[in-house]
Each structure stands twice: as structure tokens, then as C-alpha cells.
Design a protein. Structure first.
Length: 90
């Protein structure tokens, strides 16, 4: 793990609510391995739905609890609108 470069977490597509705990566990493992910043790539998500919003909310909470930074990459217009409506927009 290179601490000067952000780690990458890719959100799979399709995404189900059942996938969110494993994503959070992966994010925790990145921080435990020394990452300070993580880029979460959501560009592969073809649908902006409850699972995507839940994943972003949980990943942001996990990052905050770990004391790390988290940024999103590849946010499509549908997901951006949902994140804005839910107060989760960056």
C-alpha cells in the first residue's frame, strides 16, 4: 500500500443491498493496511437505486469511523441526483 496514493475501491455492478457489508469490510481492510484516502469508483453502476445510495452512505460512515478520507469517482447523473436528494452529495 502506497500511503501517498489513494487506494481504490470499485463498487460492483449490479449491486445488491446484500453486497454493502462486504464493501464496507473491504474499505476497513484498506484503511487497516495503511490507506489514508480511498477513491470509490461507482462508474460501473448502471442503475441509481436504493442499493447504490445505501452503499455510499455506509461507505462514508465506515470511512469516518476509520478516520480516513473517501471520495467518489464516476458518479452518474442519476446517482448524483439521488445523493443530492438524500443529503449525501459531496
Amino acid at each position: 500500500m502506497n500511503p501517498t496514493r489513494p487506494a481504490l475501491l470499485v463498487v460492483p455492478s449490479p449491486l445488491a443491498l446484500a453486497d454493502v457489508p462486504a464493501l464496507c469490510a473491504r474499505l476497513r481492510s484498506l484503511y487497516a493496511a495503511g490507506a489514508r484516502e480511498v477513491v470509490c469508483d461507482v462508474g460501473g453502476l448502471v442503475r441509481a437505486d436504493l442499493a447504490a445510495v445505501e452503499a455510499v452512505a455506509r461507505l462514508r460512515l465506515t470511512a469516518r469511523r476509520a478516520g480516513g478520507g473517501l471520495s467518489l469517482r464516476g458518479v452518474g447523473p442519476g446517482l448524483a441526483a439521488l445523493l443530492h436528494l438524500t443529503g449525501l452529495a459531496e
